[in-house]
Design a protein around this ligand. Structure first.
Ligand code: PHE
Length: 459
């Protein structure tokens, strides 16, 4: 009965396309922009260690659960959760998981787009030769000139939202597949080039030590929560993006091995990005904990001083923009698909509506880097000194994504019958199925709850 559901939005043309699309969603600013600066802010190795543990023990089972639910439900996360809950004779309130995910998607995309706008601005900087012969100080100036000008940020934010919605409006095959086919492999090659540069010209040993030599005293509850949130963010989990992509997955593809491949590709690219950036940071005596500007302040130094740097700089920021683009698409796809299902409107109108809302919320982030760097009324609260961007990021990534992840695991592990999940996963080895089920039922939810309790100071 359950297998007869069909997706009204279409399907991926092959298993490989799903892997590329899911990797396109996972690999993005999270890997190249966010991972390095979070590791830098949180003391390096300690953060990296907790992050890797979170990916393996919590992220992977959630990813398998999301694809599993999506493929069985064959619709937007809201309707997938509702249909599967009905199938198991449970409350349809489970669809709230889908609504929370859509909300998180809007919140994340609203600032993601502003940062993706920075990459576009840097494509232009590179083309104009701004990186040539750059020093650490000058590099900082190029960056602050950009972020202190809300009009420039607004312009690029607008361009990025329009581009994202244009792809989403075209639908699964024409829009999404064409965007990911060539861009992912190209980005990978270019990051390797950067690592080689860092190996030759940077302080590679210092970079390695920073990333892989954990100082255990730095694993505070906040660092653990950030690492947990980031594991979800970087794998696009907890908000329905992967569930949505799973709903377009052909029936014969193996969910377990595809998920492992996507997670490996994603983690590999993040680590490589770290290895490209920190050796340059240390060789040039830059600050490792400088926050969101990190890659924009460091990489141009490398480009400015390497042969052919103008070309590589241009290429790098272009590819980073493409990586952000393929992720942005997946952030909004659940909402766009849901509007189409719920109100029978066209994809174009749906994308237009979603784009307008996201663009408007994004204004808060545009001003977070100039006129509005801190929200006054947060003074005296634990969030004192934070900007709108910080707050949005914290709420969506550190709270909503893990919460969504817990609920998705609980649903796949406890609410869904063993028959249904075993049938849908179709794993050849009973051991692998048993392992997933144990992780989804006990380990992942317990791990996430422990981190939450730890942050709340319960122990
Ligand atoms: N995974 C993306 C990145 O690392 C961001 C993202 C989060 C995309 C959640 C979709 C859903 O950049």
């Amino acid at each position: 009965m359950s297998n007869s559901r069909v997706s009204i939005h279409g399907y991926w043309s092959s298993r490989l396309m799903f892997i590329l699309a899911a990797a396109g969603s996972a690999v993005g600013l999270g890997n190249v922009w966010k991972f390095p600066y979070m590791a830098g802010d949180s003391g390096g190795g300690a953060f990296v260690l907790v992050y890797l543990v979170c990916i393996a023990l919590l992220g992977l089972p959630v990813m398998v659960s999301e694809v599993l639910l999506g493929r069985r439900g064959r619709s937007s996360p809201v309707n997938t959760m509702r249909a599967l809950a009905e199938e198991e004779n449970r409350s349809t309130s489970w669809s709230l998981v889908g609504f929370m995910g859509m909300l998180a998607g809007f919140m994340i995309l609203s600032y993601y787009s502003v940062i993706a706008g920075w990459t576009l601005a840097y494509v232009l900087e590179a083309a104009q030769g701004s990186f040539t012969g750059l020093t650490g100080e000058k590099s900082g100036e190029v960056f602050s000139r950009l972020v202190s000008n809300p009009w420039r940020l607004l312009f690029w934010h607008t361009v990025f939202i329009v581009l994202t919605m244009a792809v989403v409006a075209r639908g699964v095959r024409k829009g999404l597949e064409n965007a990911v086919r060539f861009l992912m492999p190209a980005l990978f090659v270019l990051i390797l080039v950067m690592v080689v540069y860092a190996l030759v010209h940077g302080d590679f040993l210092a970079g390695l030590k920073f990333l892989f030599n954990p100082d255990f005293s730095r694993i505070t509850p906040e660092v653990a929560l950030k690492a947990l949130g980031h594991a979800f963010f970087t794998l696009s989990l907890g908000m329905g993006a992967i569930m949505m992509y799973g709903s377009y997955l052909p029936r014969n593809a193996s969910i377990g091995s595809t998920s492992v491949q996507v997670a490996l590709a994603d983690t590999g690219i993040a680590i490589l990005a770290g290895l490209a950036i920190f050796p340059i940071v240390f060789a040039n005596n830059l600050e490792s904990g400088q926050g969101p500007g990190l890659i924009f302040n460091t990489l141009p130094l490398a480009f400015g001083n390497m042969p052919g740097g103008m070309f590589f700089g241009l290429l790098f920021f272009t590819l980073l923009f493409f990586a952000a683009w393929t992720s942005a698409i997946s952030l909004i796809e659940p909402a766009v698909a849901w509007l189409v299902e719920r109100f029978s409107i066209s994809r174009v109108s749906s994308a237009l509506a979603c784009g307008l809302v996201t663009w408007t919320v994004g204004l808060g982030t545009v001003f977070s880097f100039n006129h509005w760097t801190r929200i006054g009324w947060l003074d005296g609260t634990p969030f004192e000194g934070k900007s709108f961007f910080d707050l949005l990021d914290h709420l969506a990534v550190n709270i909503m994504l893990p919460l969504g992840g817990i609920l998705i695991c609980l649903f796949a592990g406890w609410v869904m019958s063993e028959n249904s999940s075993r049938d849908e996963l179709g794993m050849k080895h009973p051991f692998v199925y048993g392992l997933w089920r144990m992780l989804a039922r006990y380990v992942a939810p317990a791990g996430m709850i422990l981190v939450f309790l730890h942050v709340l100071g319960v122990f």
